[in-house]
Write a protein that binds this ligand. Structure first.
Ligand code: RP5
Length: 162
């Protein structure tokens, strides 16, 4: 069994600056994860092997980031019963709209929970994963409550000059 609760997968090393934001949130919440580069196009066999064994390995949730013709989240979702949250990477050519539409427009029956383009999406994918895990884990529930309370407390009532 994997000692990791969440798998963060991405299509390329170039996705890591975005996906790192998911990793940082999971770190802050004390949720174990493993980050892997798994490309639907360049390493399809690796993608297949990962997705087919992810549940048996003990992962509970997969966060998948990809850009451009972003097939990784959908193909992964087709191969595993685990929940898959997709993060559209902000591509250079089309600013991530290509990634977003590639990930979000899944056919009925194979869901990918699609987040926002870029950093916000990666951050929120981790928070969504935490919210699901919190249903079964009181420690994660408490960590998520603390995280949310700290973000609320950080919002000043009135704007200030920076
Ligand atoms: C996708 O192609 C990756 O997810 C990445 O966002 C995009 C570009 O990859 P690189 O050419 O930077 O490796 O598969």
């Amino acid at each position: 069994m994997s000692k990791f609760e969440v798998a963060i997968i991405m299509g390329s090393q170039s996705d890591w600056p975005t996906m790192k934001n998911a990793a940082e949130v999971l770190d802050e919440l004390g949720i174990s994860y493993e980050a892997r580069i798994v490309s639907a196009h360049r390493t399809p066999d690796r993608m297949y092997d990962f997705a087919k064994t992810a549940k048996a390995e003990g992962f509970k949730i997969i966060i998948a980031g990809a850009g451009g013709a972003a097939h990784l989240p959908g193909m992964t979702a087709a191969l595993t019963p685990l929940p898959v949250f997709g993060v559209p990477i902000e591509s250079k050519a089309l600013s991530g709209e290509d990634s977003l539409l590639s990930i979000v427009q899944m056919p009925g029956g194979i869901p990918v929970g699609t987040l926002a383009i870029g950093k916000a999406g990666a951050t929120n994918a981790a928070l969504l994963a935490a919210a699901v895990l919190a249903l079964m884990n009181p420690k994660i529930e408490a960590a998520l409550d603390t995280f949310r309370a700290s973000r609320t407390a950080a919002v000043t009532e009135h704007p200030i000059d920076n």
